[in-house]
Each structure stands twice: as structure tokens, then as C-alpha cells.
Design a protein. Structure first.
Length: 117
């Protein structure tokens, strides 16, 4: 069972992703509401996958991605972005994000992307 960390400042988004993943057999081992907390939980929980929002307070998703990849170059991070954030998504991929999911998303889209990672 793959362990997943969900990092998003919107509680409803964390809850939505968690329900989809748990229904599909993933184990959500942690949730964080900002990048700084996400980095701390990554180091503590060592999940198999991370879903990471790009725009968050305290530390952005891109900053958190860079910190996580510096700690663990093999980290598998999937960025979650709203429409219109293409430049930030390209930057995230440049820093090692495996792929991205565009909000709003469909359940089958998330599961397809995660199954490929």
C-alpha cells in the first residue's frame, strides 16, 4: 500500500484528495496546510508520494518541492495547480516534480496519474 502525504492550504482540497486516494487503496499518512509543514512531515513520515499545492502561505509548493528534493532526490512529488499557473508548473517540473494535476480535477484523473508514478 502506497503512503501519501497531502500538502494543500485548503482543507476541502485535502479532504477531497484523501477520500479519492483512500477509496483507491492508498494510505494517507499525513496532511499539511503549508509547504513548511509539508517538508517537516515528509522528513518525519517518508511517504512514497506527495501531492503538493503550488500556492500556499508560509512556504510555497515550489519552495517545499525544492527542500524535499534536497533532502531526498528520489522523492516523488506531484504538483496540484489551478488553471493559469502554467509557468509555475513548468518551474516545478524543472525542480523535480514528477507531474502535475490541474484543479478542478476528476477522481479518475488523479488515480491515473498516481498509478503511473
Amino acid at each position: 500500500m502506497k503512503k501519501v502525504l497531502i500538502v494543500d492550504d485548503a482543507m476541502f482540497m485535502r479532504t477531497s484528495i484523501k477520500l479519492i486516494l483512500e477509496k483507491a487503496g492508498y494510505q494517507v499518512v499525513g496532511e499539511a496546510e503549508n509547504g513548511e509543514e509539508g517538508v517537516r512531515l515528509y522528513k518525519e513520515l517518508k511517504p512514497d508520494l506527495v501531492t503538493m499545492d503550488i500556492t500556499m502561505p508560509i512556504m510555497s509548493g515550489i519552495e517545499a518541492l525544492r527542500a524535499i528534493r534536497a533532502f531526498d532526490p528520489q522523492a516523488r512529488v506531484i504538483m496540484v495547480s489551478a488553471m493559469g499557473q502554467e509557468a509555475m508548473v513548468r518551474e516545478a517540473v524543472m525542480y523535480g516534480a514528477k507531474t502535475f494535476i490541474v484543479k478542478p480535477f476528476k477522481e479518475d484523473t488523479i488515480l491515473q496519474i498516481l498509478s503511473k508514478i
